[in-house]
Design a protein around this ligand. Structure first.
Ligand code: NAD
Length: 352
């Protein structure tokens, strides 16, 4: 049953990590290492069942293979999940035991933070293994990735505007920014600096007030964000916001934002294309965070990180070329770019 599931997704290895003395139940999933060691964060979540945890780690690790491949990194895809409640099950011993399991992979899997895990948890993991990124800056870490993700999103936006409108003057266009969290607020600032007209919404009123007073943004209601007459809809909060209810309401000609899993279904992705809306694939656009932590592996350098973010512009260009070449929606073209890169580089490998 499990091997069947691994076969469907094409995983190389799945490691079940158990240390009952410290209450550790974790799963490390290594999806594909053709391009390099598998990089992807660790999520801590109170999964209702072990099967649910396995499903999540398989899905997320596969996603990392595609994201890292499209980002042009020499890294494969992996992910880990720890079954537990982050609000009450964390301890030094648990994270150190987890770190020992990461270390036992000998570098085939490199971890980082994900939902439920913060830098202080990674400090404990770091005591047991060097195969960890997203550690504190005192250990050569890179700190909060959000500003890099926002800057990378801007690069993706410029490529998308160019493709759709024939120029990339960010300030000429209007935007509906949904979500003003770590990435969304930073992204809105970048838009404002370029003179753009911005409409914003967030469930957190304080964030909305800040965007209005500091950025001159116009506040709209949580549901109203889908109806504003703008050039670009920029989802920077949750996934699944482009769906059968919202899509018919969108007036934007471009969808480009930092949120993960923006399209509710593949069918919606097809419909986006049919309606003449250009979708900038989420995992290509929001790769700034993973690019940033990937630089920790060889010694972090901020200048290099900023240069790397600018490659997102070119990655989007290649996705649009593939979409044209094969006459497919852009979400499929992103997957194809990843698969073609893995296939080509895989053939370069000398036999063992
Ligand atoms: P965050 O939690 O800091 O911000 C999310 C914001 O969205 C919050 O301000 C929240 O109040 C708001 N929000 C939640 N539900 C909303 C709703 N229904 N309508 C409007 N606003 C709502 O998270 P973040 O780090 O800024 O990440 C935002 C998105 O970008 C997520 O989907 C995340 O997975 C993705 N992402 C983030 C990074 C990164 O570097 N932080 C990297 C890649 C992808």
């Amino acid at each position: 049953m499990i091997f069947e599931q691994l076969g469907t997704y094409g995983h190389e290895q799945v490691v079940f990590c158990h240390n009952p003395d410290v209450g550790l139940k974790a799963i490390i999933a290594i999806h594909n290492t053709v391009l390099g060691p598998a990089l992807g964060g660790t999520r801590m979540w109170p999964y209702a069942s072990e099967q649910e945890a396995l499903n999540d780690v398989l899905r997320l690790s596969r996603g990392m293979t595609y994201k890292n491949a499209v980002a042009g990194l020499n890294l494969g895809g992996g992910k880990a999940v720890i079954i537990g409640d982050p609000s009450k099950d964390k301890s030094e011993a648990l994270f150190r035991a987890f770190g020992q399991f990461v270390d036992s992979q000998g570098g085939r899997y490199i971890t980082a933070e994900d939902v439920g895990i913060d830098v202080s948890d990674m400090e404990y993991v770091y005591r047991e293994t060097q195969f960890v990124t997203g550690v504190h800056q005192v250990h050569g870490g890179s700190g909060d990735p959000s500003p890099f993700t926002a800057y990378g999103t801007l690069q993706g936006l410029m490529a998308t505007l160019n493709r759709k409108f024939g120029d990339e003057e960010v300030g000429k266009y209007s935007y509906a920014v949904q979500g003003l969290g770590h990435v969304g607020m930073e992204f809105a600032k970048l838009l404002k600096e370029r003179g753009a007209k911005i409409f914003v919404t967030d469930i957190n009123q304080a964030r909305v007030d800040q965007a209005v007073s500091e950025l001159g943004a116009e506040a709209v209601g949580l549901d109203e964000i889908y109806d504003v007459d703008v050039d670009v809809y920029s989802p920077c909060a949750l996934g699944g916001t482009v769906n059968e209810k919202t899509l018919p309401r969108l007036k934007a000609k471009v969808i480009c934002g930092a949120a993960n899993n923006q399209l509710a279904t593949n069918a919606i992705g097809d419909e986006v294309t049919r309606r003449g809306i250009l979708y900038a694939p989420d995992y290509a656009v929001n790769a700034g965070g993973v690019m940033n932590i990937s630089l920790e592996i060889d010694g972090y350098n901020r200048e290099r990180a900023m240069r790397m973010m600018r490659t997102i512009y070119h990655n989007l260009g290649r996705i649009f070329e593939i979409a044209d070449r094969d006459n497919i929606p852009t979400y499929q073209a992103a997957d194809r770019l990843a698969e073609e890169r893995i296939e080509t580089i895989g053939k370069l490998k000398l036999p063992m």
